[in-house]
Design a protein around this ligand. Structure first.
Ligand SMILES: [Zn+2]
Ligand SMILES: [Zn+2]
Ligand SMILES: [Zn+2]
Length: 349
């Protein structure tokens, strides 16, 4: 994540709608990945201090509990920003807790989409009429609403539709699930990054020239998905999984390995951008040599873990990057390089 500053000089953050010092309204411009202070012109269009000739409107979800701070170009026919418009189903808002869940889900989704925009990845939305266009359904089940027929909502992706259990927005639910599943890491942002990985597999790998190399690196996807998952849940992972995978779950099937590794790559690129913005590492370029990037990354995570232990938390980065995992991350890095090179400038110093 880049670092943003208000026109008054105060540091402002990705989720902010107002500057805490000068009171300016703030808005995020997805096309430029910039958070900027805003003024209204004579016709009540919003103008940014960064691009005074361009006019914007707020997302429809700015002025209620969702507090979305993303902007829409003034000439757009849409009322919702590109992130909010991707959500098709939300949990019933008659339950007050669901407002909080929806807000938490949307905030994590915006952060995930920021990472996609930085990598120049295409977002072919269902509301734009794309076949298998991207759309999100946030669903409840009986665990949060006993009146519902649905017993268990499982997060997943199918043909552009990403389903997430709205209860994953609750820290207590996530922690209980993390312990029950014996995971070392479970975050809402991680769920979004994992599921969007399945979406991009369909776009970037399936039926493309990359499929054969994908199979070399991750394994054959013909292996029956459901029976692989069933045996993972009944028998557990092989004891040597850390030699080959980032998580035990990644060992269930090559498609899950891909989604876990993809999610990890998005985490790495976003975190390294943040580290440069705060002076923790000297340089990060989305299109740089993979070995250089990994050396910087591994030295950064040592610092992150040490800082976390000092404040009494568990490791921020509880992963081991084996040679096999490194090969998979490199495949994703090289796959995305042509997209990244179309960016004007991706080095932040
Ligand atoms: Zn300010
Ligand atoms: Zn919005
Ligand atoms: Zn998955």
């Amino acid at each position: 994540m880049r670092r943003f500053f208000c026109q008054c000089g105060q540091e402002i953050f990705f989720e902010n709608t107002h500057c805490g010092v000068c009171g300016s309204q703030l808005g995020f411009i997805p096309e430029l990945q910039q958070l900027s202070s805003l003024q209204e012109d004579d016709n009540a269009w919003l103008m940014t201090d960064l691009f005074p000739l361009q006019r914007y409107r707020s997302c429809f979800h700015r002025d209620h509990e969702l507090a979305c701070n993303w902007l829409i170009p003034a000439d757009s026919p849409n009322t919702q920003c590109i992130s909010c418009a991707l959500t098709r189903t939300i949990p019933m808002l008659t339950q007050p807790d669901n407002w909080r869940r929806w807000r938490t889900l949307e905030a994590a989704k915006r952060r995930m989409i920021y990472g996609l925009l930085r990598l120049n990845l295409p977002i072919n939305a269902y509301y734009q009429g794309y076949e298998h266009g991207l759309v999100f359904d946030f669903l409840e089940d009986q665990r949060t609403n006993p009146d519902l027929a649905l017993e268990h909502v499982l997060s997943g992706h199918s043909q552009g539709v990403i389903t997430l259990n709205a209860a994953e927005a609750d820290g207590s639910f996530r922690e209980a699930t993390r312990e029950a599943m014996n995971e070392s890491y479970r975050t809402l942002l991680g769920h979004f990054r994992h599921e969007i990985g399945h979406y991009y597999w369909d776009i970037l790998i399936k039926e493309t020239e990359h499929y054969a190399i994908f199979c070399d690196v991750f394994g054959f996807t013909e292996q029956d998905y459901q029976s692989s998952l069933n045996s993972y849940y009944s028998d557990g992972p092989a004891t040597d999984w850390p030699e080959f995978y980032l998580s035990a779950y990644a060992s269930a099937h090559p498609m899950e390995d891909w989604a876990e590794t993809w999610s990890h790559y998005l985490m790495m690129s976003d975190t390294m951008e943040t580290a440069v913005a705060y002076g923790l590492i000297d340089h990060f370029d989305y299109a740089s040599d993979f070995d250089v990037l990994m050396t910087d990354w591994l030295s950064l995570v040592v610092k992150m873990n040490a800082l976390n232990r000092s404040v009494g938390n568990t490791d921020a980065y509880p992963f081991v990057v084996s040679a096999s995992v490194r090969k998979k991350l490199k495949f994703i890095h090289q796959l995305l390089n042509p997209l990244k090179k179309t960016r004007e400038s991706v080095a932040f110093l």
